[in-house]
Design a protein around this ligand. Structure first.
Ligand SMILES: C[C@@]1(CC(=O)O)c2cc3[nH]c(cc4nc(cc5[nH]c(cc(n2)[C@H]1CCC(=O)O)[C@@](C)(CC(=O)O)[C@@H]5CCC(=O)O)C(CC(=O)O)=C4CCC(=O)O)c(CCC(=O)O)c3CC(=O)O
Ligand SMILES: NC(=O)C1=CN([C@@H]2O[C@H](COP(=O)(O)OP(=O)(O)OC[C@H]3O[C@@H](n4cnc5c(N)ncnc54)[C@H](O)[C@@H]3O)[C@@H](O)[C@H]2O)C=CC1
Length: 224
């Protein structure tokens, strides 16, 4: 399986099953998509999704697909035969399908939900080929601290990179300069300091990380 980032903005995700798993998947997709959860009962009240209480029979499925026009469906009921029918209906319509009760034998259009770490727009995802979700969860927890403040570093280097492009700095020199900034412990420390000041004071304007990055870039430009 190959990981890809999929833009779900303005798309609908239709989740069948309102148990622990259906609600977890719904929360995941609701970070970006409009989510509709259909189930006979719900374990959580999801303010991020529309929850429709209904008992499903296989004959109802085409109607739910027609009304929601989903980009992706999640089959997360505890009824294996119903999940199978949901998967078949999605395949027939060329709609992506996540089957929560299977780890193999996936058909075309079938996707798995990885364990995900996010800091703003910086995302890391872990999968195990479906074999060991508990390992995905464990590794996700280990990776979490690594991504702390990564979004601020992405923002800072995006600015530096754009400036170097505007100034016509050759690509190989630009690469060395950006790498030196992302690898600098001193810039990471300054970001950490500034962000925690911002978290507590709100209006703090950080310039230390930016100044440090500029110094590093200047060193690389002089050297190369
Ligand atoms: C194939 C996949 C399909 C999919 O759901 O997309 C799938 C399938 C199944 N999961 C099962 C069980 C568990 N799943 C978890 C947890 C997570 N499961 C997630 C993804 C995936 N699970 C996809 C593969 C991802 C990969 O490649 O690794 C995570 C990463 C993402 C998420 O769900 O958000 C999330 C952690 C999120 C986080 O914390 O970051 C735990 C741990 C726990 O609950 O503490 C257990 C109990 C331990 C165990 O059984 O291993 C069962 C058996 C059900 C049964 O026995 O009835 C099946 C079905 C089967 O294996 O056949
Ligand atoms: N992918 C994953 O991460 C995991 C997947 N699973 C699998 O996912 C399935 C669901 O797990 P849980 O959410 O813990 O189960 P659960 O029993 O809490 O929830 C199942 C939901 O499906 C609904 N449902 C079942 N038949 C229905 C019907 N005909 N019409 C409407 N709603 C119906 C129930 O009302 C319930 O809300 C399990 O059977 C298991 O195989 C379990 C753990 C983790």
């Amino acid at each position: 399986m190959l990981p890809l980032f999929h833009d779900f903005a303005d798309e609908t995700v239709l989740v069948f099953g309102g148990g622990r798993v259906g609600c977890r998947k719904a929360r995941f997709f609701a970070q970006e998509a409009d989510v509709i959860v259909v189930g006979a009962a719900f374990v959580d009240e999801l303010r991020v999704a529309a929850q429709i209480k209904a008992h499903l029979s296989p004959d109802d499925l085409p109607g739910w697909f027609d009304r929601a026009s989903p980009a992706l469906v999640v089959a997360a009921t505890d009824d294996g035969a119903l999940n199978e029918t949901i998967e078949k209906e999605a395949e027939k319509r060329n709609i992506l399908v996540n089957r929560a009760d299977r780890h193999g034998n996936r058909g075309v259009g079938s996707v798995v939900v990885p364990a995900t770490v996010r800091d703003g727009e910086v995302v890391a995802a872990v999968g195990t080929g479906g074999r060991s979700p508990a390992l995905s969860k464990y590794l996700r927890q280990r990776i979490e601290p690594l991504l702390s403040r990564a979004d601020a570093m992405a923002e800072l280097t995006a600015e530096v990179r754009q400036e170097l492009k505007n100034e016509g700095v050759p690509a190989n020199v630009r690469r060395n300069a950006i790498r030196a900034v992302v690898e600098s412990e001193s810039v990471w420390d300054a970001i950490e300091h500034e962000q925690s000041e911002r978290d507590s004071c709100g209006d703090f304007v950080g310039i230390t990380a930016r100044a440090k990055a500029e110094r590093i870039v200047a060193d690389v430009l002089n050297r190369d």
